[in-house]
Write a protein that binds this ligand. Structure first.
Ligand code: NDP
Ligand code: DXP
Ligand code: MN
Length: 374
């Protein structure tokens, strides 16, 4: 990191879980970071106005267009902490402007995979670079520093298993939205917390890992590790496994996202190794939680299929919280929408219009299916 001046940071989604934690890190490290842009969705205007008054960014605004404009400013880092598919255009704008993109908004990479990768710098082509903020992918990026790309045998993502770990499919039919929002370790926004409960979040993260690290799907594993002290791991060809560990918080991933390749001293309290602790590992239960298998299918089919998986999920998460469908109805509906999709598959010709059209189609298809199960 340039030690002469703080890094200029644009924060998209500043009022959310990621955004507010990023601002805490800025407050704690004024010598390292300066806020030059803030955007949010408008649901929490009071907080947004207080943030603008406190940080006095050069650029601030509400909504998707303001986020696209903010991301397109030439700056040191754009942190995309928006939730959902609406983060796609800001992600593309940040990379097209040649900015470093600290990416929490996994949905944009997942739904726009080939489009996003087209505007990432390869050294010989221009564009920005992506630094993963999702905790598992930050852990993998950190672990990859231990070896060469051709020495990687597999990536292993850890999963908490969510609040319903160990329940059968029948038992899942009875769970409530309030129970789904009780993540065992992290305080996060409503969508990602629900996705952790269905394991859709882990499904999205398998696709995200494939796109970020160019590792094929059959070499990306998931293991349930309820304590989430191990944030994820890389197995190398000699059998060595390198993992990144820490308390289950986002302070290291967000601070590294903004400071990469540097670390921010004292960003997080380290694990206390003087205290006894048991860390558990379990295999996935695919019959109760089929979301990861479906995501692998969407990712393997490619093209617009990941956008369809994500859009159907976003509609179903809302429907579940409105009390319109039971919990297993979320993933059942995603499966039904995916089965009906015959979209663009060619990665090289995929356009943003294709992705947005598939997203809109999947939202309509999911809504129609939900009408039948109300
Ligand atoms: N929270 C976490 O620990 C983690 C989050 N992530 C990912 O990070 C992203 C954000 O998650 P999280 O912070 O939990 O979500 P939150 O729901 O807490 O926050 C979402 C933010 O996005 C803003 N927003 C919503 N719609 C728009 C829009 N149209 N234009 C601009 N801003 C908008 C919201 O503003 P407002 O509410 O004011 O309208 C809010 O600031 C997600 O993609 C999630 O998967 C990944 C790993 C961990
Ligand atoms: C903190 C973070 O990165 C989240 O994506 C978190 O990992 C959710 O955990 P699970 O999806 O494993 O419950
Ligand atoms: Mn994660």
């Amino acid at each position: 990191m340039n030690e002469q001046r703080p890094r200029d940071v644009v924060i998209l989604g500043s009022t959310g879980s990621i955004g507010t934690q990023a601002l805490d890190l800025v407050r704690a490290n004024p010598d390292k970071f300066r806020v030059v842009g803030l955007t949010a969705g408008g649901a929490n205007r009071e907080l947004f106005e207080a943030q603008v008054a406190e940080f006095a960014p050069k650029f601030s605004g509400l909504g998707e267009e303001a986020s696209v404009d903010a991301a397109a400013q030439t700056t040191d880092v754009v942190l995309n902490g928006i939730t959902g598919a609406v983060g796609l255009r800001p992600t593309l704008a940040a990379l097209e402007a040649g900015n470093t993109l600290a990416l929490a908004n996994k949905e944009s990479l997942i739904i726009g995979g080939p489009l996003v990768k087209r505007v990432v710098s390869t050294g010989s082509t221009s564009g920005g670079t992506i630094v993963p903020v999702d905790s598992e992918h930050s852990a993998i990026a950190q672990s990859l520093r231990a070896g060469r790309a051709d020495e990687v045998r597999k990536l292993v993502l850890t999963a908490s298993g969510g609040p319903f770990r160990g329940r059968s499919r029948d038992e899942l039919a009875q769970v409530t939205p309030a129970q789904a929002l009780k993540h065992p370790n992290f305080a996060m926004g409503r969508v990602i917390t629900t996705n952790s409960a269905t394991l859709v979040n882990k499904g999205l993260e398998v696709i995200e890992a494939h796109l970020l690290f160019d590792v094929p799907f059959d070499r990306i594993e998931v293991v349930v590790h309820p304590q989430q002290y191990i944030h994820s791991m890389v197995e190398f060809t000699d059998g060595a496994v390198v993992a990144q560990l820490g308390l289950p918080t986002m302070l290291v991933p967000i601070s590294m996202g903004m400071a990469w390749p540097d670390r921010v001293p004292d960003a997080e309290t380290p694990i206390d190794w003087t205290k006894a602790a048991d860390w558990r590992f379990e295999p996935l239960d695919d019959s109760a939680f089929p979301a990861i298998r479906l995501a692998r299918e969407a990712g393997t089919r490619g093209g617009t299929h990941p956008a369809v998986y994500n859009a159907a999920n976003e509609v179903c998460v809302d429907a579940f919280h409105e009390g319109l469908i039971p919990f297993p109805g979320i993933v059942d509906t995603i499966a039904e929408v995916m089965a009906a999709h015959h979209g663009v598959r060619s990665e090289s010709t995929l356009s943003i219009e294709d992705v947005l059209a598939a997203d809109a189609w999947a939202r309509e298809a999911a809504t129609r299916i939900l009408e039948t199960i109300k």
